[in-house]
Design a protein around this ligand. Sequence first.
Ligand code: NDP
Length: 285
Amino acid sequence: MSAVLLDGKALAAKLREDIGWEVQKLKQERNIVPGLGVVLVGNNPASEVYVRNKEKAVKDADMASFPHHLPATTTQAELLRVIYDMNRNEKVHGILVQLPLPKGINAETVLEAVDPAKDVDGFHPLNAGKLAIGRPTLVPCTPQGCIHLIKQAKEDLTGLHAVVVGRSNIVGKPVAQLLLAENCTVTIAHSKTRDLNLMCKRADILVAAVGQPEMIRGDWVKPGAIVIDVGINRVEAGEGKTRLVGDVDFENAREIAGFITPVPGGVGPMTIACLLQNTLKAASN
Ligand code: NDP
């Protein structure tokens, strides 16, 4: 039987509508317009598309946008000055630095320069630490989106075995922390994990955040499992065309899973919705 599709596009639209109402309320009751500063350095084509989408979403939600599109020649000191200015600007409640940054700029130094209270990406070490010890904080957007989607399938995740494939600081580790907070038993797998297929096969919830096109095979999926595919990979589609695929072999996995996210239209739209949610949260705080 075919799995139920977890429609990130529809869920994100609903979330964005709710956020829109909250934004109006904040304006009327406290005269606050949530503001997001977006920093893009250089002209990485994928980053330009992501930033354009984020800025459009901010405007659509009636929030204020503070774009800083800087040339690839920007020095680290210049970039840090832009961030310090936004840290001090009371109209900017959230700051997002689009990664990757050009060579010669240390991403860790830059992310640590963002005021943790405005860190809507949740990448600052203080916020990562708070997440790890279960204190309320600004949580990274993509992992937050994954949890929203999982909860569409099942509200109470207590006792379920979750396997997260990938251990990056921006996806794998925070997803695992959030699943732990939902009382799942969590396994984090990575490139050195042995017998990955058997590990995946034991997962009630399988989150793939690997960056390897369709690496998770259909027969690695436990029957009835909730499968969340974070991967976004562009592959050749013949005749000089390309298409996006996830980290999961969708066509085969959907025959075995209970619930599955498509790529595109799964986790991707949720990331932007959660960015708006974090900006609203930072403004309300
Ligand atoms: P990273 O490259 O930072 O991390 C990839 C992780 O996958 C690493 O932990 C790596 O292990 C692990 N890995 C790589 N190869 C294998 C393998 N063969 N077997 C098992 N584990 C493996 O990627 P990100 O976490 O940043 O992103 C992951 C994917 O999610 C990408 O496709 C990215 O484009 C996508 N993404 C999507 C977003 C969205 O909004 N939908 C947002 C962010 C990312 P090790 O640590 O051992 O090297």
